[in-house]
Write a protein that binds this ligand. Structure first.
Ligand code: AMP
Length: 248
């Protein structure tokens, strides 16, 4: 069984992103970039499925500029077998990403498509759902547990107020949530080995996908700065302050 895993290169989660002075965009020049954390979880899950003998090949896919190669090399070091880089400098909206992933899936015919539940840069949380719709395939989103049982994936989803377990006929699209696993650290030998693994190049044009944007960001603004908090010495003092502030 083949697994396709989508990995996005995003601003590292430790970076505090600033808005450009004219509010036209966020400034990500010279900031650290990494694999989207939920995609790391998706890769880890695919590798665990391979280690368990449920998956025979893992193909990592990334869409974007030249530097996506670094993200793909990380996925290869984690245990993916080969990589596909759909190279474009165009800004990609989730629908364009979903169409490109569908085009790759049409060629590769994976049984399981693993994505992150959301990319932490745009926080869209749309791609997996759109991809499933375009493929007319079952979807399991916000997955905290995944088991492959014959021709089905049994997934436990994190929903408001609890968990839901559903069985999906394969091929299916699955999006990884935080509790699915803890991704492994890659070690130097794996990073070296990853350099020798195949990395194939493609473009949206070759895949016949029009990536023209359908939305326009009008402006960006930083959230209002909050006033600093205050430490109180006792419960009595807290009550006094809350009364003074007319909270109680
Ligand atoms: P989003 O819908 O933008 O929040 O992204 C959800 C998931 O779609 C991500 O966690 C990735 O698995 C996948 N994805 C989004 N954009 C890309 C991209 N440019 N390249 C590869 N995968 C992507």
């Amino acid at each position: 069984m083949k697994a396709l895993v989508a990995v996005k290169r995003v601003v590292d989660y430790n970076v505090k992103v600033r808005v450009k002075a004219d509010g036209s965009d966020v400034d990500i020049g010279n900031v650290k970039m990494s694999m989207n954390p939920f995609d790391e979880i998706a890769v880890e899950e695919a590798v665990r499925l391979k280690e368990a003998g449920k998956v025979s090949e893992i193909v990592a896919v990334s869409l974007g500029g030249k530097k996506c190669e670094d993200t793909l090399r990380t996925a290869l070091a984690m245990g993916a077998d080969r990589a596909i880089h759909v190279e474009t400098e165009a800004a990609l909206e989730p629908l364009a990403v979903a169409k490109l992933l569908k085009a790759v899936a049409d060629k590769e015919q994976p049984q399981i498509l693993l994505l992150g539940k959301q990319a932490i840069d745009d926080d869209a949380n749309q791609t997996a759902q759109m991809l499933a719709a375009l493929m007319n395939a079952p979807q399991g989103t916000f997955v905290g547990k995944l088991e492959i049982d014959g021709s089905e994936a049994v997934v436990t989803r994190e929903i408001d107020g609890g968990m839901e377990t559903v069985a999906l006929k394969l091929p299916a699209v699955i999006s990884a949530d935080l509790r699915l696993n803890e991704p492994r650290y890659v070690k130097l030998p794996q990073i070296m080995q990853a350099k020798k693994k195949p990395l194939e190049k493609s473009t949206p044009e070759e895949l016949g996908v029009n990536t023209a944007p359908r939305m326009q960001a009008v402006s960006y603004a930083e959230p209002k700065a909050r006033k600093a908090g205050e430490k109180v010495g006792s419960v009595a003092e807290l009550v006094e302050k809350l009364k003074a502030a007319k909270v109680i």
